[in-house]
Unconditional design. Structure first.
Length: 236
């Protein structure tokens, strides 16, 4: 079977001297992991750049029913970031890792793909990106079925139960009023407005750590992020 679709590069892993594994989130087939031959010759640098995490490409993948991994047989550029901007590169790295660690099932969802695609385009534009990873994590949680319920009465966000409460019964996992209000502002804004939510360095550091905790509480095999420390240093 041959699949031709737009895709976002999530992760690339060396397999052996001749092959690599490319993890993709595709528009028509969801998460796909596939093998391809390492690039060589004059085009190797360009192909390597094309396969960088969070680039948007069009791919052709060949697969067989008996095999869990497909074969990447063709790839074309749709949107590749060439900006030499360390902050934007770190945000791209963080979001790519988040998607790699959370999008596991081969279930296509066009609205989710479009959201990811638009976020990538936003990162590579000239807009303020200081809050984009936080807004992205909150919106992604809705697609994954554990969006915080902010419609209940209360002042504190209970991360364990994903809802607002007036009683801090599970104190370990409850955010105070200040951070609950910041999350409420982020979730009730389009990104163009969410970027204007005022936060200090301490606010952003606290929220990213606690949103990762929120993911850990609601995704059984989510064991944290390797790129967090780098991202925090950028927005220090």
């Amino acid at each position: 079977m041959h699949t031709k679709t737009d895709a976002v590069i999530l992760h690339v892993t060396p397999y052996d001297d001749k092959s690599i594994i490319v993890n993709l989130y595709t528009k028509t087939a969801g998460r796909i992991d596939c093998m391809t031959t390492r690039a060589s010759g004059k085009k190797s640098q360009y192909i390597t750049a094309m396969l960088s995490p969070l680039n948007i490409v069009n791919v052709q993948i060949s697969s067989k029913p008996a095999h869990t991994m497909g074969r990447l047989t063709a790839i074309e550029t749709k949107h590749i970031n060439f900006r030499d901007d360390l902050a934007r590169q770190c945000v791209r790295m963080y979001i790519a890792e988040l998607l790699f660690r959370t999008l596991k099932q081969p279930l296509p969802e066009t609205e989710l793909f479009n959201f990811i695609e638009q976020t990538i385009i936003n990162i590579d534009s000239d807009i303020n990106i200081a809050n984009i990873h936080l807004h992205f994590m909150l919106t992604l949680s809705a697609f994954m079925g554990f969006e915080p319920n902010l419609n209940a009465q209360g002042r504190f966000l209970d991360l364990e139960n994903g809802t607002i409460t007036d009683a801090r019964s599970s104190y370990q996992y409850c955010l105070n009023e200040h951070y609950t209000e910041l999350i409420r502002k982020m979730m009730t804004s389009e990104y163009k407005l969410a970027e204007n939510v005022k936060m200090t360095r301490e606010d952003r550091h606290f929220l990213i750590k606690n949103l990762e905790l929120y993911y850990k509480l609601h995704i059984a095999d989510f064991d944290g992020m390797k790129s967090t420390d780098t991202l925090l240093q950028i927005f220090d």
